[in-house]
Design a protein around this ligand. Sequence first.
Ligand code: NI
Length: 140
Amino acid sequence: MTKTKLVYITRKTHFNAAHRLYNPLFTDEENEVRFGKCANKNFHGHNFDLFVTIKGIADTQTGMVMDLRILKTVMQEYVVDKLDHKNINEDVDFMKGKMASIENLVAEIWNQLEPHISKGTLHCIKLCETDNQFVEYYGE
Ligand code: NI
C-alpha cells in the first residue's frame, strides 16, 4: 500500500502599503514613546512579501493539493487588491478600528483567505515587513 503524503505548498506574492502605529487612546507623546518612528504622523511604507501555505494530500487525478492558479487569483482578489498601494490605517475595510501592526494584519489576511481555500487547508501565512522582520500565523 502506498503511503499517503501530506505536503505543504506555498505561493508568494507582494504588495506595497503604508501604515503607522498609533493608538488614539494614548497621547501623541505616549505614541512616540511606544512606537517611535513607526508612529510618524505622516505614515511610512513597506514592501511586503506574503507567503501563503496550504496543507493537504495531492489529488490522485491532478497530482495537486490546490490548483495554485486558483490560489494566486484568491490571494490577488482578497488580499493584494485590497492592500496594494493603500494606507492600511485608512483605506482597508478589514483593518478598520484595529492597530495596523503586522501581527494584526496577518490574522486579518488569514480571515480574508480562509473561506476561499477550496482544496486542502490553510496552514500558515507569513508576512514579511522588512528583510529582517516577519510574522507567521497558523490560525490559532
Ligand atoms: Ni512600519
